[in-house]
Design a protein around this ligand. Structure first.
Ligand code: SAM
Ligand code: DTB
Ligand code: SF4
Length: 338
């Protein structure tokens, strides 16, 4: 018997065992079910495209075992202070012209100060004025900060649960799972849309992957956007030599995420650079309908725009129409096990 996820602000909707039962389905049955759920809630062949920019890089005081931006590990990342507005705007224009619908700005902070937030707010307003959706990921927020971002016109806040509650302390020691939930509550209460997912391929068990999905589904309401990151093994981090995750298990993780959070936009996030085209194709079949577009994630490579364009052409995938993106994101209740 597996414990249900119980947390102060988590209402368990999917028992971990029900999620494990999905994982255990024959692959073809799982994919058919995921594809059926996908088609009931989303255009079948449309993929949302976000672009990502690191606006403050490295020198982060946190100890996340997967992250090349932590100051605790010797990695290849060159720290850089907060990027000036003009440089951010130039990157946003380039992303928009290349077809991005949303521009996500990431900062390697534990949590922003009010002064840092003032500067990010200017970035958000400027990017928004280009007609792009905006997303930022700045670490933990204090009371009132999410409201300030909302007032500036921010659309999404990205804040990942990253792994199952029972595994969290093995990956990150400088903050708790409850800290993550507290920020997510502030983001939700401020009326921002929530982008929240996790990382797989950190050497975790299937039960941990199921626990992560259960925790995400227990957020009330569950996130509008769920990034599923495959660990990018960064030299110098404690997880640099983590064992490879079987691609079929990765596809299963996408399929289960799709079934459990039917209306969420599921992002095939970090890890595409080392992923075979056929694995990516299976992920789209399993219900992934968003990617990061552009040659860089935050500090690590992402597939070249041309390679993505070719893959989309081979698969008959098209950009998600803007009105579909907004329609998908209305508040929704979580799905429940059949
Ligand atoms: N510092 C903020 C925070 O941690 O919330 C925002 C930036 S942080 C880099 C954003 C997310 O990037 C993390 O939550 C994690 O999911 C993802 N990430 C970081 N390093 C990664 C890696 N090596 N592979 C895959 N995902 C990674
Ligand atoms: C998310 O879930 N993945 C993105 C975004 N949100 C900020 C970050 C991926 C980072 C991969 C490692 C790097 O490039 O530094
Ligand atoms: Fe810092 Fe975020 Fe990286 Fe953790 S994931 S070390 S908080 S930048």
């Amino acid at each position: 018997m597996h414990a249900r996820v119980r947390h102060e602000t988590l209402a368990p909707v999917w028992p971990v065992q029900a999620i494990l039962d999905l994982f255990a389905l024959p692959f073809n049955d799982l994919l058919l079910r995921a594809q059926t759920v996908h088609r009931a809630h989303h255009p079948a062949n449309a993929v949302q495209q976000s672009s990502l920019l690191s606006i403050k890089t490295g020198a982060c005081p946190e100890d996340c075992a997967y992250c090349p931006q932590s100051s605790r590990y010797h990695t290849e990342v060159e720290p850089a202070p907060l990027m000036p507005l003009e440089q951010v705007l130039a990157a946003a224009r380039k992303a928009r012209d290349a077809g991005a619908q949303r521009f996500c700005m990431g900062a390697a902070w534990r949590s922003p100060t009010e002064r840092q937030l003032d500067q990010v707010i200017e970035h958000v307003q400027a990017v928004k004025s280009l007609g792009l959706e905006t997303c930022v990921t700045l670490g933990m927020l204090k009371d009132g900060q999410a409201e300030r971002l909302k007032a500036a016109g921010l659309d999404y806040y990205n804040h990942n649960l990253d792994t199952a509650p029972e595994h969290y302390g093995e990956i990150i020691r400088t903050r708790t799972f409850q800290d993550r939930l507290d920020t997510l509550r502030r983001v939700r209460d401020a009326g921002l849309k929530v982008c929240c997912g996790g990382i797989v391929g950190m050497g975790e068990s299937r039960e941990i992957r199921a626990g992560l999905i259960a925790a995400l589904a227990s957020l009330d309401p569950y996130p509008e956007s769920v990034p599923v990151n495959q660990l990018v093994k960064a030299p110098g981090t404690p997880l640099a030599d983590a064992p490879d995750l079987d691609p079929i298990e990765f596809v299963r993780t996408i399929a289960v995420t799709r079934i459990v959070m039917p209306r969420a936009v599921v992002r095939l996030s970090a890890g595409r650079e080392s992923m075979h085209d056929s694995t990516q194709a299976l992920c789209f079949m399993a219900g992934a309908n968003s990617i990061f577009h552009g040659e860089r994630l935050l500090t690590t490579p992402n597939p070249q725009a041309q390679a993505d364009a070719r893959l989309f052409e081979r698969l008959g995938l098209v950009p998600m129409p803007d009105d579909t993106v907004s329609a998908t994101l209305e508040t929704h209740a979580a799905a429940s096990p059949a």
